[in-house]
Design a protein around this ligand. Structure first.
Ligand SMILES: Cc1cc2nc3c(=O)[nH]c(=O)nc-3n(C[C@H](O)[C@H](O)[C@H](O)COP(=O)(O)OP(=O)(O)OC[C@H]3O[C@@H](n4cnc5c(N)ncnc54)[C@H](O)[C@@H]3O)c2cc1C
Length: 845
């Protein structure tokens, strides 16, 4: 409202001015200046053109006036700013002093986190003028013949062997044959180079394998993801000594060693760098002789694969109090590899992660003495542990959790589409009711977005990127969308999703979601602190340059960055305002056909975002780090632009299938709407209300103009998965759907295909038999029999309906148990020695 009123006032003032001064030339002048700012002409070119324009404008009647006087003053200022020594003395140097006071303090670990990884498409989104040509030019990720064969062969076989209920409920572990298969076929060696016996898969192939395994079971995917993610193999690959690589990598590739990586402890969770675990450099006995080594004391928990690990990757803080290695006493966070049998290491007990009992447990060490060459990379890498971890996190975090969660979402949408088609209530497939349709549409839109984000980003990694900010965006947004899709799938299935047992293909998937939300940077922290906190400094075209110049007190560099930054902000303000007024219709983007408008919207948001970020950083400085809700909202805007870009690129990678357009449109609209809402909320909550109002005027001069996807569009998405379509096939690619006993997804698919022919026959029975009163049976088999007798359907139709109905009943059935089957086996008496526990009443007798 305020924005609209201000715009009207400005337009009236402009109209008054033009009417009074009476010149079209005024508009031409303003337009030309705005155009130069919009196009970001170099400062000197801008100043020269401004001089020529103003000289010409001065002679247009009336020749003088306050307005033109002001413009001449401005021109004088522009020329003065061209004299660099002068502007450095008058502006840059004093500003540098103030900036140094404003600069937020930063720990060494924060600096290392900021330096980790590369800046990719995230950097473009910070420019206010992203060059989509760059994104579109990048190669579409593809599987090699060998990778495809692995997915069609060993992956398929592993899924066939895997029995989720048996594993999660009865055994609380995978049977030895599944473990052996995983190890012997190289599932734990996807990232290990071939020369060490690994599979050396691309990031994309690695991700696709996890997607497929996750569609079969969360436990299977989690177990496979960990050795291929942040852990000993990855760290050895990049930082290990030749000796360490030659020793460990072939053994890890063959599955002779099972790794885990232990960072988290009872006192150090999200703030992992504050770990209290120590490694003291000292002399001790090792294999019968005295050496200089490390005495380790640690207490870790939540460590995946720890209970069965044969080698522990350990993070600890290293100290050298007696200066045996040099003159530094506190060497910092260090990573070492500790073999399982090392005296003092306590390992083997398990945690119980939400009924999805993958191997996860605590481990601790008391005065564990190891040689210095257990440090990954050898003694020279002492103190480099945090850098190693954050560097590798920038890659691993893009793959493991996003892929596992996408696999879970694909399973959810694949099953829900089919189930909502075969499950009838009120004489209709439940998927045809508007309420269910809306939920299915969200599932489809989210799953497409998740799939796009994980595959395009994996493609970027294969192209040489280590995208650290996108890895945080994927971690947060893909797992949050996955949480929503898992809940939606449960809702669509009603009671069928809730009753656990071998027939339930959703329950464990639903239970495992919080694991993905919590690990590798718990989600609240990732949203509030990491995405924007890291992005603002890493991706901004000028901030890191300014900070580095300030830290080294380099006035020259600071001056260049500062004036570049000022021009950048002014340009973004103009671009934001112009694109908001024109709804970005004239914004130049690549010629991409039907999706062009979404590219334009992203460019508009990029300019608005960049402008808002600059004003926030300038006015709030280091305080912005504490205002987590503001940072989180800016992170959301950045993420929405990123996710929408991934959707568009994914659509291109797939060859722009026209039938996918409704999903692409839904996904982009959803992201643009979210970007708008988050940016608007950011401005409404801006601490300085006046400044917030001015920003709203420039960014949303006509108010908010994006809407959430329409119901009509949603219906198209739901239809795509309620039928056996190519769209459904593409969306659910890699879902394990083989038709075989023990895989309800195969049967669901078969029933879905049959539903398409069964429904018209069922309708005939209803219309010609039930509604006319000729058919009196209430149950389906009885109705089929009567319809056949009455000649409403043929023999063949009756047979196919019976077959279809049998399959539907098989799918609708849920499991039931005797109480003893549900109780955990081998349990100790619950209330302590001597007490008896009644499984019937739940009471201690
Ligand atoms: C199943 C499972 C497997 C795991 N596997 C491993 C493993 O293999 N190796 C390993 O080292 N670790 C592992 N972890 C540990 C995991 O990384 C941690 O659980 C995670 O870092 C969060 O720590 P925490 O659980 O102690 O939560 P806390 O740090 O106690 O956080 C509690 C809540 O506060 C929020 N929060 C904290 N600080 C902030 C902040 N500044 N701003 C906003 N919000 C904040 C968090 O987001 C979270 O929601 C695993 C955990 C689980 C559950």
């Amino acid at each position: 409202m305020l924005g609209a009123t201000l715009v009207i006032l400005i337009l009236i003032a402009a109209a008054w001015y033009v009417a009074k001064v009476g010149t079209v030339f005024t508009l031409v002048f303003i337009g030309a200046v705005a155009f130069m700012t919009y196009k970001r002409l170099p400062f000197i070119v801008f100043t020269l053109v401004f001089t020529v324009l103003l000289a010409a404008y001065t002679f247009v009647p009336p020749a003088y006036g306050v307005w033109k006087g002001f413009l001449w003053l401005m021109l004088a200022a522009l020329w003065l700013l061209q004299i660099r020594p002068l502007r450095k003395a008058l502006i840059s140097r004093p500003f540098l002093k103030a900036y140094m006071r404003l600069l937020p303090s930063m720990s060494q670990t924060e600096k290392e986190a900021l330096d980790a990884g590369t800046v990719w498409w995230d950097g473009e989104l910070f420019t206010g003028k992203p060059k989509f040509e760059k994104l579109l030019a990048s190669k579409a990720p593809q599987l090699t013949a060998e990778e495809q064969a692995f997915i069609d062969g060993p992956c398929e076989e592993l899924c066939r062997m895997y029995d989720d209920w048996d594993i999660t409920h009865k055994r609380a572990d995978m049977p030895p044959k599944v473990w052996d298969y995983l190890k012997s076929k190289g599932f734990f060696a996807m990232i290990i180079p071939k020369k060490y016996g690994g599979l050396e898969f691309s990031a994309y192939a690695h991700s696709c394998v996890l997607v497929k395994l996750a569609s079969r079971g969360g436990l299977l995917a989690a177990t496979t993801a960990v050795p291929n993610s942040l852990g000993p193999a990855e760290l050895l690959n990049h930082y290990g000594t030749e000796e360490q690589k030659n020793h460990y990598l072939p053994r890890l590739a063959r599955g002779e060693e099972v790794p885990c990586f232990a960072l988290t402890g009872p006192r150090a969770g999200s703030d992992a760098a504050a770990l209290p675990d120590t490694g003291i450099v000292c002399k001790g006995m090792w294999q019968g002789r005295e050496i200089v080594g490390l005495k380790l004391n640690f207490n870790k928990r939540y460590i995946t694969l720890a209970p069965i690990a044969t080698v522990v990757g350990l993070a600890f803080r290293m100290f050298d109090p007696d200066k045996l290695l040099g003159d530094k006493a506190d060497l910092g966070i260090t990573c070492a590899l500790i073999p399982r049998g090392t005296p003092g290491l306590s390992i083997g007990r398990r945690h119980f992660p939400l009924n999805v009992p993958f191997q996860n447990g605590p481990l601790s060490g008391k005065d564990v003495f190891v040689p210095l060459d257990t440090i990954i990379g050898g003694p020279k890498m002492a103190g480099q542990g945090w850098r190693m971890l954050v560097e590798q996190l920038s890659v691993g975090r893009c793959i493991s959790l996003p892929s596992n969660t996408t696999g879970g979402a694909k399973l959810g949408v694949f099953a829900s589409g089919a189930y909502a088609r075969i499950r009838r209530q009120f004489n209709m497939p439940v998927g045809k009711f508007e309420g269910v349709e809306a939920v299915l549409a969200r599932m489809v839109g989210y799953t497409y977005t998740m799939d796009a984000a994980r595959s395009v980003t994996a493609g970027a990694i294969d192209g040489g990127e280590k995208p650290s900010v996108p890895s945080a965006m994927l971690k947060y947004h893909v797992t949050e969308m996955g949480r929503q899709v898992a809940s939606d799938a449960m809702d669509v299935h009603g009671g069928k999703g809730i009753q656990l047992g071998p027939r339930n293909y959703l329950g464990r998937n639903y239970q495992v979601v919080p694991v993905a939300i919590t690990v590798e940077g718990a989600n609240i922290l990732t949203r509030s602190l990491i995405i924007f906190g890291q992005g603002a400094i890493r991706c901004h075209p000028f901030v890191l340059k300014e900070m580095n110049a300030a830290r080294t007190k380099n006035v020259d560099e600071f001056d260049s960055a500062l004036f570049g930054h000022i021009g950048f902000s002014i340009s973004n303000a103009v671009r934001s305002f112009v694109m908001a007024l024109t709804h970005a219709r004239f914004t130049r983007v690549p010629d991409v056909g039907d999706t062009k408008r979404y590219y334009q919207h992203i460019v508009r948001f990029s300019a608005s975002f960049a402008f808002a970020v600059d004003v926030a950083m300038l006015t709030l400085g280091g305080y912005l780090k504490k205002k987590e809700n503001l940072s989180a909202r800016l992170g959301d805007v950045l993420s929405s632009m990123y996710l929408a870009s991934m959707v568009l690129k994914h659509h291109e990678n797939q060859g722009r299938p026209a039938e996918d357009l409704p999903i692409v449109e839904w996904a982009c609209r959803n992201q643009m709407y979210r970007a708008q809402e988050q940016l608007h909320d950011f401005l409404r909550n801006f601490p300085n209300r006046f400044l917030g109002g001015v920003l709203r005027l420039l960014i949303f001069p006509g108010g908010r103009s994006y809407f959430a996807p329409s119901d009509r569009l949603g219906r198209q998405l739901a239809d795509a998965v309620l039928n056996d379509t190519d769209v459904r096939d593409r969306l659910c690619k890699f879902v394990y759907r083989t038709l075989e006993p023990g895989n309800p997804l195969g049967l669901l698919q078969e029933a879905l295909v049959m539903a398409q022919t069964a429904e018209p026959i069922e309708k005939r029975i209803r219309v010609e038999g039930v509604k006319t009163g000729k058919i009196t049976a209430l149950d389906v088999p009885g109705q089929i029999a009567q319809a056949r007798e009455l000649g409403i359907i043929s023999d063949t139709e009756a047979a196919s309906l019976r077959d279809y109905d049998r399959k539907v009943m098989e799918l609708l059935t849920v499991d039931d148990f005797e109480t003893f089957e549900m109780a955990a086996q081998g349990q100790e008496p619950i209330a302590g020695k001597g007490d008896e526990y009644s499984v019937h009443s739940g009471q201690v007798a």
